[in-house]
Design a protein around this ligand. Sequence first.
Ligand code: ZN
Length: 293
Amino acid sequence: MNRKFLALSCAVLSPFATSSLHAHDVIRVLLLDGPQKAHKYEETTPVLQQVLESADLFEVEHSRSSKESCEDGSYQPDFSKHDVVVMNEGYAAPDWPKATQKAFEKFMAEGGGMVVIHAANNSWPEWKEYNKMTGLGGWAGRDEKSGPYLYHNDKGELVRDQSKGRGGDHGPQHEYELVVREKEHPIMKGLPPTFMHGPDELYDKLRGPAENVTILASAFSKKTGKKGTGRHEPALMVINYGKGKVFHTILGHHVEQIKEGSFVTTFLRGTEWVATGKVTIAVPGDFPNQKFK
Ligand code: ZN
């Protein structure tokens, strides 16, 4: 990465970019996690940090919430010092203090970036603005009241299904194919039109406000033997929230899945894009077969 060039781009952009990217030579990432069910965040967070630091573009700070610091209001990470929040929260994460929620909404509305990893779309079904940011989510009581279920039909059309039903499910872990739906989007440009990922969980029937969502890649959820839906489920997506940008990936159940080339490359490029609106991180020649060590 040519740091001088990035610093110059920031300086040129600064009159327009305001808080979305400060004049500095790295992208400042705040990696967040906290107590939850079903996912070993204490094991995945250090690996996410290593993956980010391997790109020589991101400066990572980690902050962990606790039930106590959420209840007594002392959990107040300073979003304003960062360009991107990487969310490694999950199902049954404690509610952030109201003031912290408001500060995060302001950070995003004014041009901040967020990356939603896998179960981070399970958190906080009652926090309206968070669900607008993630676009789609699953579990924790989500159903048709949470919003439509989005999928691509066999003609390649995006369906917004308003019918009744639970939001969020997955069958057993297996290897699956991702199909690029937006090949000109900076995050996807240069990726092969289809590529394999897994074994991992393939989330299906995700539901949410689904406003300003662009599905970058889908994955076909097989019914036979995989307890899927027989539909093309959203797998990688971007969402606009105010002036802010969100990259949302359903990939990455645990350490093994996070170390896969398919996850690493899309995660790094997504994180860069939500910060700058551009992607300079190259697609490795052996994508998606490179493995993070
Ligand atoms: Zn999972």
